[in-house]
Design a protein around this ligand. Structure first.
Ligand SMILES: CC(C)(COP(=O)(O)OP(=O)(O)OC[C@H]1O[C@@H](n2cnc3c(N)ncnc32)[C@H](O)[C@@H]1OP(=O)(O)O)[C@@H](O)C(=O)NCCC(=O)NCCS
Length: 290
């Protein structure tokens, strides 16, 4: 469907797998570190729109990731620097909103994206701290009595999906098996019951720890033990973790040598996720899928 944006005609159409090479170049043009594989994963679990110029060149992307019938997260929302401020971002966001209807929509809004999200009715619900680095000191964290870390197995997938859903407030039934295809995991076990976990996977220039799900405690020792497990195994590697400000892990991460590199707002339209009082998501899977 062609659309005129400040005298430039742009066409919007469904994003396809054929767009992946150009999409990868597009994200590099705004200094995002996604690998081709990161885009492939996003396109496998999400769908959305491409904006193309009169020559058919890709100038913008926006994907949605649906979680159950009632919620979706938005991500991979990019307009090429040469085409920004001409209404293409608005055109992409409005098409996603029309496609997704009245369900709850969630987005991690950058400084450039936030004014548009506010214009379309999104409200800030939380703040995320992005920590990353390679020069960290893996700490030793002890767990409460009766609790231990153990490898996850294939039989754990339904329980991991259930915990991830409760902690994020988003239905992770379909996401979890896809995630486990590309991630490794460690489980937190209490007397034979799986009560938490942390996944670890390649992303961008290095690796991501997330999601991290566990019960809260005064010192957050369970989340810290899960994160420390992956740090200890990957000393000297570039590792990233995105954590909600309110759980207070930021100063601990800074102290380990994982500096805060960005602060980003979580925004929501048509409600916000109802999370569980027992299980907490201490680190995002990614900004695109929360
Ligand atoms: C965010 C982004 C997709 C917006 O795309 P865009 O095509 O430039 O956006 P639009 O032209 O439709 O802008 C719509 C409105 O958003 C606001 N806006 C867009 N870019 C802005 C900026 N850099 N600073 C302040 N406001 C901005 C303005 O209100 C604008 O309306 P106006 O131009 O009539 O004043 C684009 O800036 C981008 O790709 N940024 C880098 C990647 C990124 O941050 N993505 C995450 C987005 S949540």
């Amino acid at each position: 469907m062609p659309d005129s944006n400040n005298n430039e005609v742009v066409e919007y159409r469904a994003f396809t797998l054929d767009d992946l090479p150009a999409a990868h170049a597009l994200s590099a043009s705004v200094k995002w570190r996604h690998r081709a594989d990161d885009w492939r994963f996003a396109a496998r679990i999400g769908s959305g729109f491409a904006a193309v110029d009169q020559n058919g060149a890709l100038v913008g992307t926006a994907l949605a990731f649906q979680f159950g019938a009632d919620a979706a997260t938005l991500g991979m929302f990019i307009v090429s620097p040469e085409h920004q401020r001409r209404g293409i971002g608005r055109g992409l966001l409005d098409r996603l909103r029309a496609k997704l209807g009245p369900r709850m929509l969630l987005i991690h809004a950058s400084n450039e994206g936030k004014p548009l999200c506010v214009e379309r009715g999104f409200e800030t619900i939380d703040t995320i701290h992005q920590h990353q680095g390679a020069a960290f000191q893996p700490p030793l964290v002890s767990l409460p009595p009766g609790e231990r870390l153990r490898p996850i197995g294939a039989k754990d997938t339904p329980r991991l999906a259930a915990l991830a859903s409760r902690a994020s407030g988003l239905d992770r039934t379909e996401l979890m098996p896809q995630l486990l295809d590309v991630a490794s995991g460690i489980a937190l076990d209490r007397d034979g019951e799986l009560i938490g976990f942390a996944l670890f996977r390649r992303f961008g220039d290095g690796h991501v720890i997330g999601p991290v799900v566990a019960p809260e405690s005064a010192d957050q020792s369970r989340a810290k033990a899960l994160i420390s497990y992956w740090l200890a195994l990957n000393a000297g590697m570039f590792v990233r973790i995105d954590t909600p400000l309110r759980y207070g892990l930021s100063s601990w991460l800074e102290g380990l040598g994982l500096p805060l590199v960005d602060t980003i707002e979580q925004m929501a339209l048509n409600g916000k996720p109802s999370t569980d009082a027992t299980f907490t998501q201490f680190a995002l899977t990614s900004q695109a899928v929360w």
